[in-house]
Ligand binder design. Structure first.
Ligand code: CA
Length: 622
C-alpha cells in the first residue's frame, strides 16, 4: 500500500511538470532556499590589521545604485577578513553583492579560503548585482575567508554564504551518433547509469614498445604494456575497469603498428573492460617541403605547435596541403577504428585533446598543433573529424569525449552538444594549481569547482570525466565535495614521472582505499551485459528544461517513469494513446511494469489506463 501511494506521488510530480510548473529552470538553480550560514555588510567587516575598512558610497563621484547598509568597500588595497562558522565539513556557496566599473571584459577577484587563494573572473557592472564567487569547501567550525584587493578593484557591498546545493547529475544516454552500434549504446547506458553515484577506475597504458629496458615500477624484467596493470593488481588486488590507449603511432609519417588496436580488442573482448583512446597525431616538422603521402622519420614529426610550419587554419580548407594531410591521418585512424567496429568493440574516443592549453581563444596557449589556430578553427576540425568518421567511414562505435579546460574562455572551444558525448578534464595539479595546502607530493583535491564548471558547460547534459590525471582524488574528498567524476585514468609511468607508482604522484594508501571501496568500480565489477544489454534504447530522462523529474532518477531501472509509455519524461495524452493501443492489441507485455502497472496490482490492464486517465483529468484521489 505504501508502494502504491509512492507511485501516485511520482505520477503527480510528473503531471505537474507536464503542466508547465517547472519549465525553463536552469539545471543549476537552487530549488529551495539554501541554508544561510553567514551574512554581512562588507563595510562592517574588518581588514587584516584589525581596523574598519574605508566605507564608500560612490567612486570618485560616480554613483553606483543598489547598495545596502551604510555603503560598500572599494577594494584597492585593503583585505577584508571574516570568520565563518560552518556546521559541517562540506561545500558552501559564496555570493557577494558587488559592482566592478574598471573593466568591461571582467576582472579577476581573489578570494582566500583558510589561506588558499582562488582567482575568479568577475563581470563588469555599474550597479550592484549578485555575483556568485563559486562553491568552496569549508571545514567544520571556524574558517577564515578573505577578499583580497590584488588587481580586482571590486566594490563589495555585502556577502552571503550558504550551504551549496549541487546540480543534479543525471544525463540522457542518447549518443550524438544516431547510428551508434548496439554495443556502443549499451556501454553508454551503463556509463550513464553509474554517473553521479560511482567512479570508474582507469589506467593509461604505455604504447610503442612498452616498458623495456627500465622498470619504473619495480618489475624486473619489465612487464611491457602490462606493468601498470599488474602493479595495480599486485597492490590493490583488482584491475582497473578502463584502459587508456593512444592511436598516435598509426600515422601517415612513420606509421608503426605497435599493436594498440589488438590490445584494445583484447581488453574489451577477452577481459571485459572498457577502452578509451586519445590521438597524439603528428604533423611533419618541415611541412613546407613535405609531399603528402611521403614517409617522415619519427624525429621529423611532432605534435607541438612551435615545432612545425603546419598551418592549422588550412586543415579545414579543402584543396590545401594541410587538408590533404589531415584526411590521410583520419584515414589511418579510421582503419583502426574499423577493426574495432568489426570486432564489436566500442571506444570512448578523445581526439584532439587539451586543445586550449592555457586560457585563450586564439591558439596562443596551445600545447598541440590542433589548437594552434584558435577556438573557431578547432571546432571546425572537431566537426570535420566527427563527420568524416561517422559519414564517410561509417564508424558508429565511438563515444565522443571532448577534453576541456575550466577557464572563462573554455566554452568558446566546445564543439557543441551535437558532437560531444562526454566532457573530460585532465587533472595535473601536483606542481601547479594547488589549493590543498601543500607545495609538493600527491594532490588529493577532488577539484569540485572544476567539476561543476564543466557540468555547467553543457547545462548538465553531458557526463564529466577525468580522462588523464596524476593524483587520483581521495575517496573522502570526492564524497565531501560531491565531485562525482565519471572515471579517473592515471597516466602511465614513464621513468621520469611515475604517475601511478611514484609516491610523489599517488599515495599508495589513498589509492588503495579508493580501489578497494564500494564507490570505485573495478574490472571485476563491470556488469556481464556491459556490451550485450539487449535493451539498447537510450535511457532518456526528462526534457532538459524539466530538471526536477530527474532528481529521483538514479539507476537504470528507475529511469522508467510510471505511466510514461513514450518515455518522454512526462505524462500526457500520448501515453494514454499508447496504453490504449497496447491494450487493444492485447500486447500487455510490451512495456515494463515499472511503466504500465499504475495501480500496482502486478499486471497491466484496463484498470491502469483508467487510472492514468483519471489522473490526467486531475482526479488524483481515485
Ligand atoms: Ca553594504
Amino acid at each position: 500500500m505504501r508502494k502504491y501511494n509512492r507511485r501516485l506521488a511520482s505520477i503527480a510530480v510528473a503531471a505537474a511538470l507536464c503542466a508547465g510548473m517547472a519549465q525553463a529552470m536552469p539545471i543549476t538553480m537552487t530549488a529551495n532556499a539554501a541554508e544561510v550560514i553567514f551574512q554581512a555588510e562588507c563595510e562592517d567587516l574588518m581588514t587584516t590589521d584589525g581596523t574598519s575598512p574605508q566605507v564608500w558610497t560612490d567612486i570618485y563621484g560616480q554613483v553606483l545604485p543598489g547598495y545596502t547598509g551604510d555603503g560598500f568597500v572599494y577594494l584597492t588595497n585593503e583585505t577584508l577578513t571574516m570568520t565563518v562558522e560552518a556546521p559541517a565539513d562540506g561545500m558552501y556557496e559564496i555570493v557577494v553583492h558587488y559592482a566592478q566599473i574598471l573593466d568591461t571584459a571582467g576582472r579577476n577577484q581573489t578570494i582566500s579560503i583558510n589561506g588558499m587563494d582562488y582567482m575568479i573572473s568577475s563581470p563588469y557592472s555599474d550597479s550592484f548585482i549578485d555575483f556568485d564567487m563559486g562553491r568552496y569547501r569549508l571545514k567544520e567550525g571556524e574558517n577564515t575567508i578573505q577578499f583580497k584587493p590584488q588587481y580586482g578593484y571590486g566594490c563589495y557591498d555585502s556577502v552571503t554564504i550558504s550551504e551549496a546545493e549541487m546540480p543534479e547529475l543525471s544525463v540522457d544516454s542518447t549518443l550524438v551518433d544516431p547510428n551508434a552500434t548496439p554495443e556502443t549504446q549499451s556501454l553508454m547506458n551503463y556509463l550513464s547509469s553509474v554517473y553521479g553515484k560511482n567512479i570508474i577506475s582507469g589506467q593509461q597504458e604505455i604504447y610503442g614498445n612498452g616498458h623495456t629496458e627500465d622498470s619504473p615500477n619495480g618489475y624486473d624484467p619489465p612487464l611491457g604494456y602490462e606493468s601498470e596493470f599488474e602493479w595495480i593488481h599486485d597492490n590493490f588486488g583488482v584491475y582497473p575497469a578502463i584502459r587508456g590507449f593512444d592511436f598516435m603511432n598509426y600515422n601517415p609519417l612513420y606509421g608503426w603498428d605497435d599493436q594498440t588496436t589488438e590490445r584494445c580488442i583484447e581488453w574489451v573482448n577477452e577481459r571485459g573492460g572498457i577502452a578509451t583512446a586519445c590521438w597524439h597525431i603528428n604533423v611533419p616538422k618541415d611541412f613546407a617541403s613535405y609531399t603528402v603521402g611521403e614517409e617522415v622519420d619519427w624525429q621529423g614529426a611532432t605534435y607541438k605547435p612551435d615545432e612545425t610550419d603546419f598551418d592549422t587554419a588550412n586543415a579545414i580548407v579543402p584543396g590545401t596541403k594541410e587538408y590533404e594531410y589531415v584526411q590521410l591521418a583520419i584515414e589511418d585512424l579510421a582503419e583502426q577504428l574499423l577493426r574495432l567496429q568489426e570486432a564489436n568493440v566500442p571506444i570512448i574516443l578523445r581526439p584532439y585533446h587539451e586543445a586550449e592549453g592555457n586560457s585563450n581563444t586564439d591558439g596562443s596557449g596551445s600545447w598541440f598543433w590542433w589548437g594552434k589556430a584558435g577556438a573557431e578553427v578547432y571546432k571546425q576540425l572537431w566537426i570535420q573529424l566527427y563527420t568524416t568518421l561517422t559519414e564517410e567511414y561509417d564508424l558508429h562505435n565511438i563515444i565522443w569525449e571532448y577534453n576541456s579546460y575550466d577557464y572563462a574562455t573554455s566554452p568558446q572551444w566546445y564543439p557543441g552538444d551535437e558532437y560531444v558525448d562526454i566532457v573530460g578534464y585532465d587533472k595535473y595539479n601536483t606542481v601547479y594549481n594547488r589549493h590543498d595546502g601543500n607545495t609538493s607530493g600527491p594532490n588529493e583535491d577532488a577539484i569540485s569547482s572544476t567539476f561543476y564548471t564543466l557540468v555547467d558547460l553543457t547545462d548538465g547534459k553531458k557526463m564529466v570525466s577525468m580522462p588523464e590525471n596524476d593524483t587520483v582524488p581521495s575517496l573522502e574528498n570526492i564524497q565531501v565535495e560531491k565531485a562525482y567524476w565519471l572515471y579517473f585514468c592515471i597516466w602511465y609511468d614513464n621513468g621520469q614521472d611515475n604517475f601511478l607508482s611514484g609516491t610523489d604522484k599517488n599515495d599508495p594508501e589513498t589509492l588503495k582505499e579508493m580501489y578497494q571501496s564500494e564507490f570505485c568500480i573495478t574490472l571485476d565489477e563491470l556488469p556481464d551485459d556491459l556490451y550485450t544489454n539487449t535493451d539498447v534504447r537510450p535511457i532518456t530522462t526528462a526534457a532538459t528544461d524539466d530538471t526536477s523529474t530527474t532528481s529521483t532518477i538514479t539507476t537504470a531501472e528507475e529511469h522508467y517513469l510510471l505511466g510514461d509509455f513514450d518515455r518522454s519524461g512526462a505524462i500526457d495524452g500520448m501515453d494514454i494513446s499508447l496504453a490504449r493501443q497496447t491494450l487493444m492489441q492485447s500486447d500487455t507485455q510490451s512495456y515494463p511494469l515499472e511503466i504500465s502497472d499504475i495501480n500496482g496490482d502486478g499486471t497491466f490492464s484496463v484498470a491502469d489506463m483508467t487510472q492514468l486517465l483519471h489522473f490526467l483529468l486531475g482526479d488524483t484521489a481515485s
